[in-house]
Each structure stands twice: as C-alpha cells, then as structure tokens.
Design a protein around this ligand. Structure first.
Ligand code: URA
Length: 307
C-alpha cells in the first residue's frame, strides 16, 4: 500500500508540474484514500517529513489531503505517460453507415496503441447511439464504468447526460455519444488494484485518438456537435483555444465543418448540483434544440429557473 501511495503522490506531482489542475476521484476511491490516510495517521512512522503544503485532489466536492511533498521529491517509481506514436491514418471502406462504423470498431479494437493503454480486462471505447443522429455529444474520456462496459457515458456523469437528453425531448438512442479518447487515461495503480480516480488526457493522447472521432463524425454526419467540458472543447478547437469554459460556452464554434456548441461537462453539475449551474447547461442545450429545430415547450424553456 505504501508503494502505491508513493506512486500516486509522484504521479500527482508530475501531473501538477505539467499543468493538470484537478483529477476526479470516485466515491469508492475516496473511501480507500481516506482509509489509507487514517492508517497513516495511526502508524508510528510517517511516510515523509512535511516540508511544504500538500497538493490536493478535487473530487466531487471533496478536498482530499494528499501525502505531503518531501524537500527533494523522490525519483518517480512509475513510468511517465508513454509518448504517443503519430495518430493513425484510417482508411475507411465504402459502404453504408453501419458497415463503415463496424469497420471503425474493428480498427479501434485492433489498434495496438489503444490496446496497450488498457488495464487487464478493460475495454477500448468507441461512441454509441444512432448512426443517423442529428446531434452528437462529445466528452473527454472513458471512466471506470465506461472502460468496463466499453460504452461512453454510462457512469454517474453519463446518467446525468442521459437525463439532459431526455429533457431535450430525445431518447439516448436518438443521439450519438462519443469521446475524444478511446481509453481511460491511466494513473499509477498497484498490480491487481482498481485505478483510483481519473486524469484528463494529455494533448498527445487526444491527438492520437482524434482520427477515430473524426471518422465517427464522417459516418454519422450530424447536423450539430455538443462538446462537453473544457478538455473536450480544447481537444477539438485546439490547445490554448479555450481560455475558460465560461467564455467558450453558450456560443457556436465549428469543428469538422459542423456547428459546435461548447457547454459544461455533466460532472460539473454532479460536483455542485445547483439550479444555477443546471440552468447554464440548459440554456446552451436550448440553443442546440433551436438550431436542430426541435420543438420546445414553455415548460422546457423554464427548466431550472427556480433558485
Ligand atoms: N466522462 C466523459 O467525458 N466520457 C465518458 O464516457 C464518461 C465520463
């Protein structure tokens, strides 16, 4: 456990050094970390002398203490995130949408780079939904549930996304849901243990996976794209193109020749489920509904207006 905790600390420091501001952590992981921290407190010997304020992990509204930094951080005990080969050049077959999508699924499942990033028993994730969808939602990367099921947005954030889609008067099966990433970005985890938390994908990782997303856009040919969260928006619009999500959301951008709305990621609401935040996403989705010529009732227009 001590080795795993040291590895986690090293990785958090490394991520902080490359500009990663937060990683999300599941409730289960929080419970495990709390136990570790409690065990450490009761142990006779601390892991390392406290020399500077500990970095923190933000997780669904929790602030988790992370073991304090020593004056000279020890050499990382985990390999850094492997550098990526150049993005794959995909040659799509002729045929109808289903034929091409099936071929793409076979390509991503056979991609050795994607496969090499998976933990044992976990799955590569491609998009899901109607291949004739008018609206395509694009998120960041699979999380714990998604890499088990091999389907995007099936965990807590996905359940909220499904509710948002229902609120728009659509079924989940009537839209298309994808991610920039086809695998869950790794964090150091002891062999056989469950990965604790998620980290945002690096620029290189997203660049590697982008051809798969572009191919899905080409196959589905949606009228509109909705980018969920800053990472997805940056992955699509270019790094450095999105200074703050507050400034990028609620207006139309363009990706792959399609109008693209940027809005908050559903996990933003999960962290603080206030009507004010729900309304912000909802106003963006009302713009999407208007542009997609979906019917909008007075009731829908008024969602989440109550404080
Ligand atoms: N968050 C994402 O961005 N994508 C998923 O598939 C799940 C959670």
């Amino acid at each position: 456990m001590r080795a795993a905790l040291t590895a986690l600390t090293d990785e958090l420091r490394r991520l902080k050094a490359i500009g990663v501001k937060s990683v999300s952590v599941t409730d289960e992981s929080i419970a495990i970390l709390r136990r570790v921290v409690a065990d450490r407190k009761s142990a006779a010997k601390p892991l390392a002398p406290i020399a500077e304020p500990a970095p923190s992990v933000q997780a669904r509204g929790y602030e988790l203490p992370v073991p304090a930094a020593s004056p000279k951080p020890p050499a990382p005990v985990v390999a850094p995130i492997a550098t990526m080969p150049p993005p794959p050049k995909l040659t799509m077959p002729e045929g109808d949408r289903q034929t091409r999508w099936n071929a793409l699924l076979a390509m991503v499942n056979g991609d050795v780079t994607c496969r090499s990033r998976l933990r044992p028993g976990k799955k590569v994730v491609l998009g899901v939904g109607s291949l004739e969808a008018q609206i395509m939602f694009v998120g960041e990367a699979p999380g714990a549930e998604e890499e088990i099921q091999g389907e995007p947005f099936v965990g807590p954030a996905g359940q909220l996304l499904t509710k948002m889609i229902l609120g728009m008067g659509l079924k989940r099966t009537e839209v298309y849901i994808g991610n920039i990433m086809n695998w869950r970005p790794d964090l150091p985890t002891a062999p056989g243990a469950t990965q604790i938390g998620n980290r945002p994908p690096t620029e290189e990782e997203m660049r590697y996976c982008l051809p798969y997303l572009r191919a899905q856009i080409e196959i589905v040919n949606p009228a509109l794209i909705v980018a969920l969260g800053k990472t997805a928006a940056e992955g699509l619009l270019g790094f450095g193109a999105v200074k703050t999500l507050g400034e990028a959301r609620g207006r139309w951008h363009e990706f792959a020749g399609k109008p693209m709305m940027v809005t908050y990621h559903p996990s933003y609401i999960l962290r603080e489920p206030t009507n004010r935040k729900k309304r912000m996403i909802w106003e963006d989705l009302l713009m999407v509904m208007e542009r997609a010529a979906l019917p909008i009732s007075e009731r829908q227009r008024g969602y989440f207006l109550d404080k």
